[in-house]
Design a protein around this ligand. Structure first.
Ligand code: SF4
Ligand code: SF4
Length: 62
């Protein structure tokens, strides 16, 4: 079992693109008009969780 991965709430995401630009693993990308986490790439650093202006990304506190 790895760490839990970040997850985007598609209802809350405003598609600002902030998380996509800051992810050090390039794990976030557009899926339709919303951000989506690639679990294979995510290292659970939580940077995206902190940067999202609307709290759309959740995850355990790493
Ligand atoms: S937790 Fe870190 S590695 Fe995972 S999607 Fe967010 S910024 Fe990228
Ligand atoms: S930072 Fe938040 S609102 Fe912006 S694209 Fe990412 S999940 Fe959506």
């Amino acid at each position: 079992m790895g760490k839990p991965k970040a997850k985007v709430d598609r209802e809350k995401c405003l598609a600002c693109g902030g998380c996509i630009s800051v992810c050090p693993q390039d794990a976030l990308s557009w899926y339709g008009s919303k951000a989506l986490v690639d679990d294979e790439k995510c290292i659970s650093c939580a940077i995206c969780i902190r940067i999202c202006p609307v709290g759309a990304i959740s995850g355990e506190v790493y």
